[in-house]
Design a protein around this ligand. Structure first.
Ligand SMILES: [Zn+2]
Length: 265
């Protein structure tokens, strides 16, 4: 099949694949959850093979305890998924969650987040990127951009090609974009959702303000790795403070009805 025949069906597929995020935002979605899970698991296994994970049973048990409490309040299918937590041997304050049920927390995060509420801020934010399908959205946006380039190339008649070329273009985009930074819109959405999940799980949502302030103050002129991959809008602390007040009744109700996690190092 010649690439020119791909133009219209691909465009149709892209248009047909809009979904709505948990905060009501429209998202382009052309990769499935199972494809994203495969990519997440592959990326995590690569890290394992490269020896990035360290034997830190106390930290791992602590992060697993906080993760479990958060996962319990996630919407399906995330709440019934098996989530594996590993500790990454890196002294910078960073963490990630991947589709497929994998979480990594850097050793350095435990120096910065010094209680379960603050660790829940970080893990709630990371899990929210997965629940809101931010990785799939980013892959889909890349694929749409590449499809547009491919279609333009064909129309211009400047290059011959076949379906394999298009497939290779799309594949390269998907692989590269699983570990790329998120957009500002996605970061704000992860903040909002993460704070909601932590309150529902019985973690104090006011810890979000403290944690992000500490993160911002760390490192002086050189921002910590977590902020370089998680760009923060200037009004982040203000928005989180306002949301924390709104979420206090949710948090208090959660504690009173048995969601009272007790995780510590
Ligand atoms: Zn983020």
């Amino acid at each position: 099949m010649k690439i020119r025949n791909l133009g219209i069906p691909l465009a149709t597929a892209l248009l047909a694949a809009c979904v709505t995020s948990p905060t009501g935002r429209s998202q382009l979605m052309v990769v499935s959850d199972s494809q994203m899970s495969q990519m997440g698991l592959a990326a995590f296994n690569d890290m394992r093979k490269q020896g990035k994970f360290v034997d830190a049973p106390r930290e791992r048990a602590y992060a697993t305890c906080v993760s479990r409490a958060l996962v319990a309040v996630l919407p399906p299918p995330w709440n019934t998924q098996q989530w594996e937590v590993q500790i990454v041997g890196d002294d910078t304050a960073n963490a990630f969650a991947l589709p497929g049920g994998r979480i990594g927390v850097n050793k350095g995060m435990f120096k910065l987040a010094d209680n379960q509420d603050q660790l829940a801020v970080v893990l709630g934010h990371e899990l929210s990127h997965v629940v809101a399908r931010h990785g799939a959205e980013r892959v889909s946006d890349n694929m749409a951009a590449q499809a547009a380039v491919a279609a333009g190339t064909v129309y211009a008649g400047s290059r011959g090609g076949d379906a394999n070329t298009a497939a290779a273009l799309l594949g390269a985009g998907a692989e590269l974009s699983i570990l790329l930074p998120f957009s500002r819109t996605q970061e704000s959405e992860a903040d909002t959702l993460g704070q909601r999940y932590m309150a529902q799980a019985g973690f104090d949502p006011r810890a979000a303000v403290v944690l992000w302030q500490k993160m911002g103050a760390q490192g002086g002129s050189k921002p910590p790795a977590f902020l370089s991959t998680h760009p923060a809008p200037g009004n982040r602390a203000e928005a989180l403070g306002r949301q924390a007040q709104q979420l206090l009744p949710v948090y208090q109700h959660a504690r009173a009805s048995g969601h009272a996690p007790d995780c510590h190092l």
